[in-house]
Design a protein around this ligand. Structure first.
Ligand SMILES: [Zn+2]
Length: 81
């Protein structure tokens, strides 16, 4: 059985790992936004003002919502904060 101190250390380790993953994701989205190009399909990125820091590929979503309905959809999106 792990001790209380061991459990606490594991909780802290897991939280730090999660924070590192979130920061890596934010950094990757910021880098993509800086280029203005979707890292998946190369099309433009747009901001979605529904949530702070939300960016999506202009080809995100169903026909009628994406920039060019004749081109395939792209699922890239992310947050910068
Ligand atoms: Zn895309």
């Amino acid at each position: 059985m792990p001790t209380a101190a061991q459990k606490r250390a594991e909780t802290i380790r897991a939280r730090r790992a999660q924070q590192a993953r979130m920061q890596a994701s934010i950094d990757a989205v910021k880098a993509a936004v800086a280029t203005g190009k979707c890292p998946d399909c190369g099309r433009a990125i747009k901001r979605n003002n529904a949530l702070a820091g939300w960016y999506q590929c202009t080809q995100f979503g169903a026909e009628g919502f994406r920039a060019d309905a004749s081109q395939p959809a792209c699922n890239w999106q992310g947050f910068t904060e």
